[in-house]
Ligand binder design. Structure first.
Ligand code: UDB
Ligand code: ZN
Length: 196
């Protein structure tokens, strides 16, 4: 099981290296790494398990963060409207197109590999079209897909893709972003008072 001690931190040389393409077909070792990465995210979002093992609730994890310098990553999170679960194990992903328009996380970004608060905003493409292999653990197959990502999922993806390129968000932070709209999260509506 992956825990926080397996996640390398700022200052480790692997975090600033470009990761290499994953060789296909996937080896059993790479399949297992991908499954473990996904399970870490699920565990970290399961309050009882997260508390017991002191896991930060992660939405994405890139292989270089566990000191495996290969182009694979896991995303496991709901979108900003809390409508759809995005559960991806990506191998050799690449952005094939993106909007000129940008967006950013309203409170800035954090990182499982960074143990400090970093002030500032990180510009990200608002929408990205991604070509990637997706590993389907149920069918045990790897298939090429084209995904159109927007909103929170697009931000998570770009943050993880940066890890594959040896880039940390701290390199991208800006004090202000003029003319860029922040990502809006759906807030839980207050229940309207019931009539008698
Ligand atoms: C995260 N989680 O997992 F606004 F529902 C971060 C940590 C570092 C704070 C754990 C996160 O941002 N969760 C989140 C934020 C919301 C709403 C919500 C959940 N990562 C993953 C990471 O470090 N991968 O390498 C950092 C995020 C920064 C922007 C996208 C990923
Ligand atoms: Zn990160």
């Amino acid at each position: 099981m992956i825990t926080m001690k397996d996640i390398i931190r700022e200052g480790h040389p692997t975090l600033t290296k470009r990761a290499v393409d994953v060789r296909l077909p996937l080896s059993n070792k790479d399949k297992n790494t991908l499954k473990e990465m996904r399970q870490f995210l699920i565990n970290s979002q399961t309050p009882k398990i997260a508390e017991a093992y002191e896991l930060r609730p992660g939405v994405g994890l890139a292989a270089p963060q566990i000191d495996i310098s290969k182009r694979m990553l896991a995303i496991y999170t709901e979108d900003e409207k809390f409508e759809k679960l995005h559960d991806y194990l990506m191998v050799n992903p690449r952005i094939v197109s993106h909007t000129e328009a940008q967006t950013y996380m309203p409170g800035g970004e954090g990182c499982l590999s960074i143990d400090r608060e970093v002030e500032g905003l990180v510009p990200r493409h608002k929408r990205v079209t991604v070509k990637t292999y997706l590993y389907d653990t149920v069918r045990d197959v790897l298939e090429e897909h084209t995904l159109k990502l927007k909103g929170f999922i697009a931000i998570v993806f770009q943050h993880e893709l940066d890890h594959l390129n040896g880039v940390l968000f701290t390199e991208r932070v800006k004090a202000t972003l003029e003319g860029v709209e922040p990502l809006q999260f759906k807030t839980i509506e207050k229940e309207s008072p019931k009539e008698e």
